[in-house]
Design a protein around this ligand. Sequence first.
Ligand code: CU
Length: 129
Amino acid sequence: MLGVTLAVFACTRTAEDTGPVAVPVGGTTAEACSGLYTVHIDAADPDPPAVGDNVWTVRVNDGETDDISIIATPTMPEHGHGTVPEIFTWDGSTIGPFDLVMPGDWLVVFDVTGPDGTDSCYTTLWVEG
Ligand SMILES: [Cu+2]
């Protein structure tokens, strides 16, 4: 049974709107709305994401790593909490393990910084109990 439900939002943002953009899990791609970077979640372990420790394989554009950093912040917006620690740094390949402490709706924001500037995107997921 599929344990994760993905919500993907159309990109309707303007240059003044620097908020996050959805990134679907599972090998599909999404462009950060300002167009600076494309973030790919190539793999999730476990797949689908589950309560407990999760590690995601994340790629930027065509696999560039030079001078690129990603900070991932998982939270449950409806509950007002995140994870411990609160943020996770990309090592050039993976992010995590990050502990999704409970089932429900999670939001993971990726803040990407690189030679072209800073941009954000996000994925949302439902984690089964
Ligand atoms: Cu919660």
